[in-house]
Design a protein around this ligand. Structure first.
Ligand code: UD1
Length: 416
C-alpha cells in the first residue's frame, strides 16, 4: 500500500509523453480567480497538488470541472476571503492565492503556509513586496490578514529572485493601479507560463522571460483559454533515470529549451542527447562519467528540483562528483537511503561528495518529499534486485503516473 515496487538493473528502452507542468499550472489556477468568468486550462496534470488547488478554489466559491486533462474554472462568484489553516498548510503553493485574492477581493485572511522538509520556506519576500504595493498586513499567531483598498503599481526590487514572490507580485500587479516595475524577478519558465496565461486574459506585461517585468495594471481581465506547457522537472527526472539505469529513451513533448542545464550535464557525463521538434531523446550505452562539480542555481542554472534525481544517477557514475545545493537547505534527505543502497556519499553542510559505485542494491526506502521520492525511484531503477519506495503519495503530488511512464520506458515497476 502507498508504495512503488521496482525490479531494477535493466536498461530502459521506449518512449513516453511528458505531462503538463505542475509548477506552471498551480499559479495559473490561482490566476483564474482574477477573471470574473470562465477560463479553460488545457494539459493540466491530474496530480494531488492540482486537486488540492481545485479544492481551495471551490472553497472560495469557484466552480471547477474536468474533462480529460482540461480544467474549466468559473470564478464569477468569489465571495469568501478566508482560507482555513489546514487547506493552506497542506500545500505550500496555496500562498499563490494571496496575490490573486488581493487582486480579486482586496482582502484575504490566510494561514501561514509554513515550511516543509526541504527547508523553512518563509514568505517574508512576498509580504514585503506586497506591503510596498499598498497592502496592509496584520499578523496573528498562525494567520495573517492582507488588505488593500487599491493595489498600487510601484517600482520594486526583490532581494532574491523568489519564484513564489515573483508570481504573487505579478498576480497582484495585473489589475493594480498604474505600472509595477519588478526588478530581480525570478525568470523560471513557470513565470513565463503564468504571464502567458495572464496576457491571454488581457493583462499587459512586458519583459516576460527576463528578470525585469513591467506590468501595466488593467481594469479587469477577461475569459481565456490556455495550454499548460510540459513539465520540465518530470522530463528531467526521466532523463536522469536513463543516466542512472542506462538505455535509450525518447520523451515526447519534453521542453528541451528549458532543460539546457541538465542536458549539458548529461552530455558531459557521456550521454548522447538528441533534440527535435517532438521532444528529447537520450542514449546511454555505457557507464557514465561523474560530474566534477554541480551547483543548484536559479534558472537557467541547474534546478534544485532535479538535484536529487541527478544525485541518484551520480551515485553509479564512474569517479567523484560534488553537488552544492544553494536553494533549499534540506534537500539531501535521500542520502541515508542511497547509502543503504550502497552509494558512497558524504554530506558536509550544503555539499554532497559522491564517489560513484559500480552498482546499487535494491532496498526498502522511504520517500519524505516529492522530488526526493522520485530520486529514490531513479535509484531503484539502477539498483540490482527489488526496491520498494514507500510513501508513494509524496511522489503523486507531482507525477501523474510515474509507474506507467517508466513502464513505457521499459522499466519493471508497479504500484504496491
Ligand atoms: C518554487 C517551486 C519549487 C522550486 C523553487 C525553486 C512551485 C510550486 N514550487 O518554490 O518546486 O524548487 O521554486 O525553483 O513553483 N525564500 C525566502 N523568503 C521568501 C521566499 C523564498 O527566504 O519570501 C527562500 C526559500 O526559503 C528558498 C529560496 O528562497 O530557500 C527559493 O524559494 P522560492 O524561489 O520562493 O521557491 P518557491 O516559490 O517556494
Amino acid at each position: 500500500m502507498d508504495s512503488i515496487h521496482i525490479y531494477g538493473g535493466n536498461f530502459l528502452r521506449g518512449e513516453t509523453k511528458v505531462q503538463g507542468s505542475k509548477n506552471a499550472v498551480l499559479p495559473i489556477l490561482a490566476a483564474s480567480l482574477l477573471v470574473k468568468g470562465t477560463c479553460v486550462i488545457k494539459n493540466c496534470p491530474r496530480i494531488a497538488d492540482v486537486y488540492h488547488m481545485q479544492n481551495l478554489l471551490q472553497e472560495l466559491g469557484c466552480f471547477v470541472t474536468w474533462a480529460g486533462n482540461t480544467v474549466t474554472v468559473n470564478a464569477l462568484h468569489v465571495n469568501d476571503n478566508r482560507m482555513s489553516g489546514e487547506s493552506v498548510t497542506r500545500m505550500r503553493s496555496s500562498v499563490m492565492l494571496l496575490g490573486a485574492m488581493l487582486g480579486r477581493l482586496g482582502e484575504v485572511t490566510m494561514a501561514y503556509p509554513g515550511g516543509c522538509v526541504i527547508g523553512s520556506r518563509p514568505i517574508d519576500i512576498h509580504l514585503s513586496a506586497l506591503r510596498n504595493m499598498g497592502v496592509e498586513i496584520e499578523e496573528q499567531e498562525r494567520l495573517f490578514t492582507a488588505k488593500a483598498k487599491r493595489l498600487q503599481g510601484i517600482e520594486l526590487k526583490l532581494p532574491f529572485p523568489s519564484v513564489g514572490a515573483t508570481e504573487n507580485v505579478v498576480l497582484a500587479a495585473v489589475t493594480a493601479e498604474g505600472t509595477t516595475v519588478l526588478e530581480h524577478a525570478a525568470k523560471e519558465p513557470e513565470i513565463e507560463a503564468l504571464c502567458g496565461f495572464l496576457k491571454a486574459a488581457g493583462a499587459e506585461i512586458d519583459g516576460v522571460g527576463s528578470n525585469k517585468l513591467v506590468i501595466h495594471g488593467v481594469k479587469e481581465l477577461h475569459e481565456a483559454k490556455y495550454t499548460v506547457p510540459s513539465d520540465r522537472i518530470v522530463a528531467g527526472t526521466y532523463l536522469t533515470a536513463a543516466l542512472a539505469a542506462g538505455g535509450s529513451i525518447f520523451l515526447e513533448n519534453a521542453p528541451a529549451g528549458q532543460l539546457g542545464a541538465l542536458l549539458a550535464v548529461a552530455e558531459e557525463m557521456g550521454g548522447c542527447v538528441t533534440v527535435n521538434e517532438e521532444g528529447v531523446g537520450i542514449d546511454v550505452m555505457h557507464r557514465l562519467k561523474a560530474y566534477p562539480y554541480l551547483k543548484t542555481e536559479v534558472h537557467p542554472g541547474f534546478p534544485t528540483d532535479l538535484q536529487s534525481p541527478l544525485m541518484a544517477a551520480l551515485s553509479v557514475a564512474q569517479g567523484k562528483s560534488v553537488i552544492e545545493e544553494n536553494i533549499f537547505e534540506n534537500r539531501f534527505r535521500i542520502v541515508d537511503d542511497l547509502q543503504r543502497m550502497g552509494a558512497e556519499i558524504e554530506v558536509v553542510k550544503n555539499k554532497a561528495y559522491i564517489d560513484g559505485v559500480e552498482t546499487l542494491k535494491g532496498m526498502h526506502v522511504e520517500a519524505e518529499e516529492l522530488r526526493g521520492g522520485a530520486a529514490l525511484v531513479v535509484a531503484g531503477l539502477a539498483a540490482e534486485g527489488r526496491s520498494i519506495v514507500r510513501n508513494r503519495h509524496f511522489i503523486e503530488r507531482g507525477y501523474e503516473n510515474i509507474c506507467k511512464d517508466l513502464r513505457n520506458l521499459g522499466a519493471d515497476i508497479n504500484i504496491g
